[in-house]
Design a protein around this ligand. Structure first.
Ligand code: HEC
Length: 151
């Protein structure tokens, strides 16, 4: 039991040490310049919000959402669908695999657009393939691109 509940004096020392560290950290923070603070918040931004240099697929909302031109089906595919549809991850039908696509294409373009927009329940195919900043127009263009390359 002793191991689980250290003596009070030990706890007190730990708490004091933490408080001292905390105080030191706050003092240090006050001495930072605005530039340093900006640099730090930039570095500690959550990964999901960071956008690597040259990666046009993340960060800002899509051009279409911002009122600009929609991205082409191929661009959207490369940005949001390729991860699964080029590797077959999670059982995704692969781009260019005519056999895997034949039955799906037979369902009709509307059905496939619907799967692209709303996902396939119970599978890794999420609504919009998980691309929250893709417009509906961009998703249907990506589906058209996939159909075109897979027959
Ligand atoms: C996380 C992996 C993943 C991503 C990313 C993904 N898909 Fe899929 N997709 C799947 C899987 C798995 C299936 C097969 C689902 C099934 O069993 O019918 C699928 C199936 C499809 C189908 C066929 C559905 C049908 O009704 O037969 C279409 C169309 C499709 N995806 C479009 C897209 C588009 C467009 C994107 C990108 C915007 C995308 N997917 C991104 C995993 C993914």
């Amino acid at each position: 039991m002793r191991a689980c509940f250290p003596k009070e004096s030990v706890m007190t020392r730990i708490v004091l040490a933490c408080l001292a560290l905390f105080a030191a950290a706050s003092v240090a923070a006050v001495e930072l310049t605005d530039t340093q603070r900006d640099a730090i918040s930039e570095r500690i931004r959550p990964v999901g919000e960071s956008c690597m240099d040259g990666d046009a697929s993340c960060g800002a909302p899509s051009a279409a959402a911002a009122g600009g031109a929609a991205r082409s089906g191929e661009d959207v595919y490369n940005a949001a669908c390729l991860a699964c549809h080029t590797t077959g991850a999670g059982g995704a039908p692969m781009l260019g695999d005519a056999a895997a696509w034949a039955d799906r294409i037979a369902k009709g373009t509307d059905a496939l657009h619907d799967s692209g927009l709303n996902g396939v329940a119970g599978t890794a195919m999420m609504a919009k393939g998980g691309c929250v900043n893709c417009s509906e127009e961009e998703i249907t263009a990506a589906v058209d691109f996939m159909i075109e390359r897979s027959q």
